[in-house]
Design a protein around this ligand. Sequence first.
Ligand SMILES: NC(=O)c1ccc[n+]([C@@H]2O[C@H](COP(=O)([O-])OP(=O)(O)OC[C@H]3O[C@@H](n4cnc5c(N)ncnc54)[C@H](O)[C@@H]3O)[C@@H](O)[C@H]2O)c1
Length: 321
Amino acid sequence: MRPDILDLVLPAPLRTRLDALADVHPAVLTRWDDAPAALASADVLLTGWGSPLIDAAALDRAPKLAAVIHAAGSVKGHVRPEVWDRGIAVSSAADANAAPVIEFTLATVWLAARRTLGAAAAYGHGHVPDFAGRHGADGATVGVIGASRIGRGVVARLAAAPAGFRVLLADPYVSRAEADRLGVELVTPDELFRRSDIVTVHAPDLPETHHLVDARRLGLLHDGAAVINTARGRLVDTEALTRECAAGRLDAYLDVTEPEPLPAGHPLHRLPNVLLTPHIAGCQGTEVRRLGAYAVDEVERWLRGEPLLGAVRAGDLARIA
Ligand SMILES: NC(=O)c1ccc[n+]([C@@H]2O[C@H](COP(=O)([O-])OP(=O)(O)OC[C@H]3O[C@@H](n4cnc5c(N)ncnc54)[C@H](O)[C@@H]3O)[C@@H](O)[C@H]2O)c1
């Protein structure tokens, strides 16, 4: 992984735990050429943000490799299909990275339900809304796009909230029976946009989810609705959303954009009804150690011959983040 994040991912107590479990190569590798002997003898690669690609050429130099344990979310940019072809187990810490995104989204849902951005901007101009003109969360309809691990976590938290949220879900992989179990109403994406007060995007970036939130669907939202995106910028047509927000018709809470980062002069930076954050919903700062802790737990499970909790299966790659 990137050397600058090593101490965040694996602070001293975690390094001590890992050292007690295994012979750990002392240096963090950013190129396989840095330690060919270590690669040749490795049973497990513990990877993270910035780790070198594990492709056929790397695998040819790692004949003993049995597991890749990734102390970060998606493995897609790090691991080539040959890894699964050779029967090597792959695990990711996406579950650990999901937890703060779920909390961040919940916080944002509450801000959106109160139309907080408008109230804050008006306050800056000396306007305090009277009580009759204020907004609340009770009974709001929240449309969740994608019953991903994050989407499911958001659904569970919404169900437990005292506001009595009505939750709509759009996800082609979820059956009606499963939607019933989750306590959501399964709808098409169009119906979700027609009926939601707040739409929150949690599907992965896949060819079929590119601009899933486009100008036409944004047009189905009622005036004053909000769009939350903590997934990936490519799922939303940024320019179409910018037009809706600039017209004052929709509010937006965007942790991710297309492109990312958004250029400094982009109008989204200036709109009072848009909260733009620089991809900070996942593990940050003091939370990053959760990814390392998850990975060290996985190493321990692998050593005991137990199933990996974060196992990533080749057959799921077409529908996961
Ligand atoms: N902002 C951040 O810091 C941050 C951090 C972590 C993850 N993310 C993003 O959050 C999103 C969810 O991540 P995850 O790990 O929970 O994903 P995941 O891998 O668990 O999602 C897979 C699921 O998404 C659903 N899905 C697939 N295609 C869909 C479609 N066309 N429409 C609706 N649903 C579909 C399916 O239920 C599938 O099983 C991803 O876009 C991911 O990149 C962002």
